[in-house]
Design a protein around this ligand. Structure first.
Ligand code: C2O
Length: 575
């Protein structure tokens, strides 16, 4: 990462324009997943799993329409898969990556080649491991620039330079062990030991060694495009830079109407592209990523610390403390909601807009609950229930290792034993979803299942996502694989269609692949099921995904070969 950034720094702008005449290209990478020895937070060095010995892993840089080919070489001791978060994967559903949904994992010592096109989408996306908690250390950026190069950005001013800002979480323990113990005991995994910016926690925890703080070097009066990615496992973030403000121009690789703000809010799975003008006095300024803790009720343990990086101007006087931005309180739901609900799309000719006719309406509760221990939760106390989470009271479990993946079962027409087609369009019971008293409601209890909702090719779906107060209210970042969706409206409390529908944005709603459903509130989304395959929808908090906060859309084939699931690649890992 460091090397690549230093090189980009020297790249004359003229070269960028010259390259812009290039035709669709193949962008090829080899990802060696293996051990990296690293010391963080003044702890002794320890071994993590990382790609090509880098944290964050390598950045993939493509242009709209390019083909991306990544050879995954698994030299780690763990089963591995990689997901290309936000890539539509039209015609390449076998490359999507979630373990046991679209493929069986790549075993230690084995390889798999992911091959897909990045067509009809541009902006900031990312990639991450999609198995266990490995994405804590196996993640990186996936940037898709316009075919016409930087000159073709539909916003101005055009940035002089670009910087990737990846927010993460760091544990001093093995994240694999952490996930195993959480599963075996039925207890939720504990909070991270630190938050990070480009892999580094910074110096706010009094353990500053020079290489623990990321530095962005800027020149006065230049404009920077910050490509901000929240790769943290379980924590939405506020991002600020002292004495600087931002103009948001895209979110989740979909352009927005420019939006001025001095704080960016980004939930796990989301990205934000923001212009930042280096218009302050030549000096040093802290960039701070601080956590947003949306939980209300029985709240899990939470780490309130802040990750720091430094924005350093060329010619800044040496020494002295960088200026600090004011920090939003960690429970600042008003600021989070203002940012997340105010974004609207930049409507561009030829770009799809929100579908006005709806075929299928779903009302789906998302939240926590309890369930009995599963048989393989060996250290689970069988006399009590354990934390669980669900959508419409169905708590999702992946097919066991050894079964075919869901996409293979779908493709071979052998779903029996792997999944059932009875994911419900409504919760089993309507109740006061968000009242404090609903903590005792009967729907807290869930059972485990692998349910899908089958959709016809090209069916238009509207889904209301309703957060509940069961155990705790919380803002769940709900991510859909295989599609972008439009966010028509968001609010707090129980969804009331008669009150909400007149306020739907049917003109320029923001387009996303991950929506942070407001804590104790709701969001309304629409998408067109124009992509056959098996597409995971789940909370992008790994802790909640493991507890069952997910479901899968089974999208049937269309009328032609191009609109049907193709045969699996020959090297698809066997189960
Ligand atoms: Cu970024 Cu299913 O995840």
């Amino acid at each position: 990462m460091k090397k690549a950034m230093a090189w980009a720094w020297l790249l004359p702008l003229g070269l960028v324009f010259f390259a812009s005449v290039a035709q669709a290209a193949v962008v090829e990478h080899t990802f060696n997943v293996g051990n990296l020895s690293i010391s963080q937070l003044c702890q002794p060095a320890r071994i993590i799993t990382a790609v090509n010995g880098q944290l964050p892993g390598p950045t993939i840089e493509a242009r709209e329409g390019d083909t991306v080919v990544v050879h995954l070489v698994n030299q780690s001791p763990y089963n591995m898969t990689i997901h290309w978060h936000g890539v539509f994967q039209r015609g390449s559903p076998w490359a999507d990556g979630p373990s046991m949904v679209t493929q069986c994992p790549v075993q230690p010592g084995a390889n798999y080649t992911y091959r897909f096109n990045v067509t009809d989408q541009e902006g900031t996306l990312w990639w991450h491991a999609h198995i266990s908690f490995h994405r804590a250390t196996v993640y990186g950026a996936l940037l898709i620039r316009p075919r016409g190069g930087a000159a073709a950005y539909p916003f101005s001013p055009k940035p002089h330079r670009e910087e990737t800002v990846i927010l993460g979480e760091w544990w001093n323990a093995s994240v694999y062990d952490l996930e195993r113990m959480a599963f075996l005991t039925g207890n939720p995994a504990g909070p991270a030991d630190a938050y990070t910016i480009n892999g580094k926690p910074g110096d706010s925890d009094n353990c500053s060694t020079a290489n623990q703080t990321y530095t962005f070097r800027v020149r006065r009066n230049e404009t920077y495009l910050l490509r901000i990615i929240n790769a943290a496992l379980n924590t939405p973030m506020f991002l600020k830079v002292a004495n600087h403000s931002f103009t948001v121009v895209a979110a989740d690789a979909a352009y927005t109407t420019p939006y001025e703000t001095d704080v960016v809010v980004v939930a796990p799975g989301q990205t934000v592209d923001a212009l930042m003008a280096a218009g302050s006095a030549a000096g040093r300024y802290y960039m701070e990523a601080s956590p947003y803790d949306s939980a209300v009720g029985a709240t899990p343990p939470f780490n309130p610390t802040t990750a720091t990086a430094v924005v350093e101007y060329a010619g800044a006087p040496a020494g002295g403390e960088p200026a600090k931005p004011p920090r939003p309180p960690s429970n600042d739901t008003a600021t989070a909601f203002r940012f997340l609900s105010n974004l609207i799309a930049l409507v561009l000719p030829g770009k799809p807009t929100v579908p006005l006719a709806v075929d299928t309406r779903m009302f789906v509760t998302v939240g926590l609950g309890v369930s009995d221990c599963q048989p393989d939760q060996l250290f689970c106390n069988r006399s009590r229930t354990v934390f669980s989470s669900s959508m419409n009271n169905a708590s999702f479990v992946l097919p066991a290792l050894g079964k075919p993946s869901m996409l293979e079962a779908h493709y071979r027409n052998e779903s029996a034993d792997v999944y059932t087609r009875d994911f419900p369009d409504r919760p089993p019971l309507a109740f006061d979803y968000t009242a404090d008293a609903s903590n005792t409601a009967t729907l807290q209890y869930t059972t485990k299942s692998t349910k899908v909702r089958t959709l016809r090719y090209n069916e238009t779906v509207e889904m209301v996502l309703q957060n509940t107060r069961l155990i705790a209210k919380e803002s769940h970042p709900m991510h859909l694989h295989g599609f972008n969706f439009f966010v028509l409206a968001q609010g707090f409390g129980n969804y009331d269609e008669a009150a909400a529908a007149p306020g739907f944005n049917l003109v320029n709603p923001q387009e996303r692949n991950t929506v942070a459903v407001p804590t104790g509130g709701w969001a309304v989304i629409r998408f067109v099921a124009n992509n056959p395959g098996m597409w995971f929808m789940h909370c992008h908090f790994d802790a909640h995904l493991d507890l069952g906060l997910g479901m899968v859309f089974e999208v049937q084939d269309g009328p032609t070969a191009e609109t049907s699931v193709p045969p699996p690649p020959l090297d698809l890992p066997q189960c």
